[in-house]
Design a protein around this ligand. Structure first.
Ligand code: ASC
Length: 149
């Protein structure tokens, strides 16, 4: 897939977010596996950008841009797998009992990684560093409230 298409794919679900529906899974475990898989792949790409930001890996603009596009696209996916009766995995009960707060945290993260993607496509290393830090803070913020330790 061309980068341009990845970016478009990343934005489309955001535009549809107001009408988002929960995906159907046969078993709760399938929803848990789905969302954990999304976070696993996101963390992999996010971590690769992190290594560059921390100076542990060389800056390769195209690699960073690709990883940021992957993170931005994947950030739109987990939410459909937190439907009713899918409690468990690493998710704390607050995901369901305080769902508005969880959704707000998720939207904050999606916005932050979209900003990271914008910075990454521009190749501006200072902007990438700043946006990476802001995005990481939204990951942590949501984990603090909604993820088992
Ligand atoms: C990562 C990762 C997270 C976030 C978080 C940032 O690389 O896997 O969950 O960054 O640790 O604070």
């Amino acid at each position: 897939m061309k980068l341009k298409h990845l970016v478009i794919a990343a934005l489309a679900p955001t535009l549809l977010a107001s009408g988002i529906a929960y995906a159907q899974f046969k078993k709760p475990e399938d929803a848990i596996k789905y969302r954990q898989s999304v976070y696993t792949v996101m963390a992999n790409s996010f971590g690769k950008i992190g290594a560059v930001v921390k100076g542990e890996a060389p800056f390769n603009k195209d690699e960073v841009a690709k990883n940021a596009a992957v993170v931005a696209m994947l950030s739109t996916l987990p939410w459909q797998a937190f439907g009713p009766s899918t409690e468990g995995g690493n998710a704390l009960p607050g995901v369901w009992s305080d769902n508005a707060k969880f959704k707000a945290a998720g939207e904050k993260m999606q916005l932050a990684v979209a900003n990271l993607n914008t910075a990454a496509q521009s190749g501006d290393q200072e902007a990438i560093k700043k946006a990476f830090g802001a995005a990481g803070a939204t990951c942590k913020g949501c984990h603090d409230d909604f993820k088992k330790k």
